[in-house]
Design a protein around this ligand. Structure first.
Ligand SMILES: [Zn+2]
Length: 177
């Protein structure tokens, strides 16, 4: 098998078919975001809507960061780690934010290894819409767990992808105790 081709497919969001039923569970009540936030940004909404962690798929918070499951996962346990502030550029992050984001990346990789027996990870950042960022205004790191043989589940051109574990189950499993 051509491993590189597989990786290209994994990171090609324009090929990703949205096959989950997650839309049906999206929170419909907009909340007022922080003064530095963007009301149309789902991360900014999740930052303030602490009463709807499950609906918004939030699994962890620190002082400066938010971690949530990707509603349109490339694989089970695909999560997003973001600063709480709505910033689009790396050079706008403070040293404290950088430090918390690094700690969260390390923490969540460990959790997924332990709880989901992941065998590898793709960790990445899409900067800007041309680079594939679906939400270019708010920085977020993708953590995508990988398993031996998961290429069987990877999307092919024009095809669909099945996510064997539901978002709900992944939220229950991963959220910070
Ligand atoms: Zn935002």
């Amino acid at each position: 098998m051509d491993r590189n081709a597989n990786r290209d497919i994994l990171w090609a969001p324009w090929r990703m078919a949205y096959v989950t039923s997650a839309d049906a569970k999206k929170p419909t009540v907009p909340v007022e975001v922080r003064s530095d936030g963007d009301p149309s940004c789902f991360i900014c909404q999740a930052v303030v809507d602490e009463a709807a962690e499950r609906e918004r798929l939030v699994i962890g918070r620190t002082e400066a960061t938010l971690t949530l499951l990707n509603r349109y996962p490339y694989n089970n346990g695909h999560l997003l780690i973001a600063p709480k502030r709505h910033v689009a550029r790396l050079d706008l992050l403070t040293a404290d934010e950088w430090s918390e984001i690094s700690a969260e990346l390390t923490y969540w990789v460990g959790v997924i290894e332990r709880k989901m027996n992941a065998e590898g990870f793709n960790v990445g950042l899409n900067l800007g819409r041309v680079a594939g960022a679906g939400l270019p205004g708010h920085l977020h790191w993708h953590v995508v767990p990988r398993w031996n043989g998961d290429s069987n589940f990877m999307p092919t051109i024009g095809g669909t992808k099945s996510i064997p574990q539901s978002l709900e189950a992944a939220w229950e499993l991963l959220r910070r105790d």
